[in-house]
Design a protein around this ligand. Structure first.
Ligand code: PGA
Length: 256
């Protein structure tokens, strides 16, 4: 069975003292579940070191919200995959709609960032979902996006990645996508990976859902075995809410 995954993306929030208080509370509320549910925090870069120290011995992991397309060099204001790995990150989030909209990432940039991550030993968490104004069938849009961002990758590299089905329109709203749409989106990603890389790879990767997830909605979003976990923005900055999401994931998978 795939180990389910819980993701908290803090975006451009959380001071050092808020981060420390969050980790202490999360360890208390959900520390025992992290062997069952792989739990990854994506703090702002300013808090990476502090969160790394606070997580020591917890089994929870650290991720970067973005990486540079460049491997290193004279790029003021950027952070390479190698520097982020050195700071303790195991994962890097690539392709978030906010990075596409505000920082100009496109699928080709995401493809290059995937390469940088693999070179530096970071596991990509690839966000795949249709944009609000993207024409065409959502499934075809996602398949074309997967083909572009994974263009350089071998199957054994893809097997270590995780994917988050996150339609742009579901981010920052009052409700997540309906459970049937969540299951269909996750299923479409895995079906593409099966066609492109075969059964072993498709069965190894984790495919989770993100977009306006709440603890209340979590059990129904996880009802389908297609959904290997959840990614949380706003509710991932509240330790009690995120702990409840982790618990819902463990329960849905029969692990708690
Ligand atoms: P949200 O953010 O949970 O606040 O909608 C989700 C995301 O951006 O991944």
């Amino acid at each position: 069975m795939r180990r389910p995954l819980a993701i908290a993306n803090w975006k451009m929030e959380m001071t050092l003292s808020q981060s420390a208080a969050f980790v202490a509370a999360l360890r208390q509320a959900a520390g025992g579940l992290c062997a069952a549910v792989e739990t990854v925090l994506f703090p702002p870069c300013t808090a990476l070191h502090a969160v790394r120290e606070a997580l020591a011995g917890s089994g929870m992991e650290l991720g970067a919200q973005n990486v540079s397309v460049e491997p290193g060099g004279a790029y003021t204001g950027q952070l390479s995959a190698a520097l982020l790995a050195d700071a303790g990150c195991r994962w890097a989030m690539l392709g978030h709609w906010e990075v596409r909209r505000h920082l100009g990432d496109d699928d080709d940039m995401v493809r290059r960032k995937v390469r940088r991550c693999l070179e530096a030993g970071l596991q990509p968490l690839l966000l795949i979902g249709p944009g609000q104004d993207e024409p065409g069938d959502a499934r075809q849009v996602m398949e074309a996006r997967l083909a572009r961002v994974l263009g350089d990758c071998r199957g054994d590299q893809v097997a270590g990645m995780a994917f988050m089905y996150e339609p742009e329109g579901a981010i920052g709203g009052s409700e997540p996508e309906p459970p049937e749409a969540v299951a269909a989106g996750c299923r479409a990603i895995r079906a593409y990976l099966r066609r492109a890389y075969g059964d072993t790879v498709a069965e190894a990767v984790r495919v989770v859902y993100g977009g306006s997830v709440t603890p209340d909605a979590a059990p129904r979003l996880l009802a389908s075995p297609e959904v290997d976990g959840l990614g949380v923005g706003r509710k991932g900055r509240e330790a009690r809410s995120f702990a409840a999401v982790i618990r819902a994931i463990a329960q849905a998978k029969g692990l708690a």
